[in-house]
Design a protein. Structure first.
Length: 141
């Protein structure tokens, strides 16, 4: 498996490389238990089940790993496109939170917008290494 990955997306990238080799046969009775990111919550000091919280370090690692996978699997153009979508989401998220505050919804906060934007700016700083496909251990713990 690719050593650039710390957590998340490494198995998807590995499977895409395996698919390019041709047909595979897997034998055996396999059982898999997937906890949807609950184990890493403790390490990242995160909360919630699944991979929807993109406002903390766990969310940063999820976005970063997926962007590295996109760069390796689909190339620079797709990487830059997805990064542009993330950047565009910042003002959209801010507007959405502003509108939700008018209607007294407390699902998201301005603090989450700030943290999400911070995560995106960290990814932007790491983008030159990702674009160059420079070997690097992308770990944000």
């Amino acid at each position: 498996m690719d050593e650039d990955f710390f957590l998340y997306a490494e198995e998807a990238e590995w499977c895409s490389r395996l698919k390019k080799t041709g047909k595979l046969c897997i034998y055996g009775d396999l059982n898999i238990i997937h906890l949807q990111g609950e184990t890493s919550n403790e390490i990242f000091e995160s909360s919630g089940k699944g991979y929807f919280n993109l406002f903390d370090r766990k969310g940063l690692q999820i976005m970063l790993s997926n962007l590295v996978r996109i760069r390796k699997e689909f190339g620079i153009t797709w990487f830059l496109l997805i990064l542009a979508v993330y950047v565009t989401e910042i003002p959209v998220f801010l507007i959405g939170v502003s509108v939700s505050k008018i209607f007294s919804s407390k699902k998201y906060s301005f603090r989450q917008v700030k943290k999400y934007a911070g995560n995106i700016f960290i990814i932007i700083k790491l983008s030159p290494a990702i674009v160059r496909n420079h070997p690097y251990f992308y770990k944000v713990l």
